[in-house]
Design a protein around this ligand. Structure first.
Ligand SMILES: C[S@@+](CC[C@H](N)C(=O)[O-])C[C@H]1O[C@@H](n2cnc3c(N)ncnc32)[C@H](O)[C@@H]1O
Length: 222
């Protein structure tokens, strides 16, 4: 599915989020880099926007991007080349990473965890490759909030977005999958509990743009 929407993925991100997605990723990258990081892994990197933001904010850091959809990575590589960013992109499954234990100062994943068949397996794998004291940052769309804003957002998300996304990408199913996967994703509190359950410490989260997006963070015990 992600391979098939790769050509229009970036355009639709900007369009459907009214351009706010860049700010959400920037805030996530800052959260991951807080305290300094020399080696950073961006899992489910897609077309590389979060990896490129990390590289821009920490030019001395080694940034690695992993995704299992090669056409998304082709775009990531082209964008990194065009921006002179030195990022290593490679194919890989986020639940079975090839990296040794304790090998990254920070691990990030932007709008990727929701798509994992096994969220626990992903979180355990992120914990394994983090060095003690290293930080995980998960950027994800929580299920829509309640209230009037939530009702408006729900309408936009379940009606307008799939229609526009389907029209522009030619892949209606991918943009029907997006709201369905968000509705099925754990609430921010439940995701924080999952992170603690697999062993992360200092777990917390904050909501972005009235709860449309959320940044989760957790650390591997030092
Ligand atoms: C919505 S995109 C997010 C891309 C990028 N992180 C961003 O912020 O735009 C989700 C990405 O997750 C990738 N993905 C989903 N499950 C994966 C897994 N188990 N291992 C690696 N990549 C995965 C997909 O191929 C897709 O590129």
């Amino acid at each position: 599915m992600f391979s098939s929407i790769a050509p229009s993925y970036d355009t639709l991100n900007r369009l459907l989020s009214f351009g706010v997605d860049r700010r959400w990723r920037r805030q996530a990258a800052r959260a991951a880099l807080r305290g300094g990081a020399e080696r950073v892994l961006d899992v489910a990197t897609g077309t590389g926007d979060l990896a490129m933001t990390l590289a821009e904010l920490a030019p001395q850091a080694e940034v690695v991007g992993v995704d299992f959809a090669e056409p998304m990575l082709d775009r990531a590589r082209a964008k990194a080349r065009a921006h002179g960013a030195h990022i290593h992109f490679e194919v890989g499954d986020g639940t079975r990473l090839r990296f040794p234990d304790d090998s990254f100062d920070a691990v990030t994943i932007g709008y990727g965890l929701r798509n994992f068949d096994d969220i626990d397996a992903g979180l355990r794998e992120f914990l394994r490759v983090l060095r003690p004291g290293g930080r995980l940052v998960v950027l994800e769309f929580p299920p829509p909030p309640g209230g009037l804003f939530g009702a408006l957002y729900r309408f936009y998300f379940t009606r307008v977005l799939p229609a526009v996304g389907g029209l522009v990408s030619g892949r209606g199913s991918a943009y029907r999958y997006l709201p369905a996967s968000v509705m099925a994703f754990p609430s921010p509190q439940a995701l924080a509990d999952l992170m603690r359950a697999v062993g992360f410490v200092d777990v917390g989260y904050h909501l972005q743009t009235m709860g449309v997006s959320a940044i989760h963070r957790g650390e591997k015990a030092a």
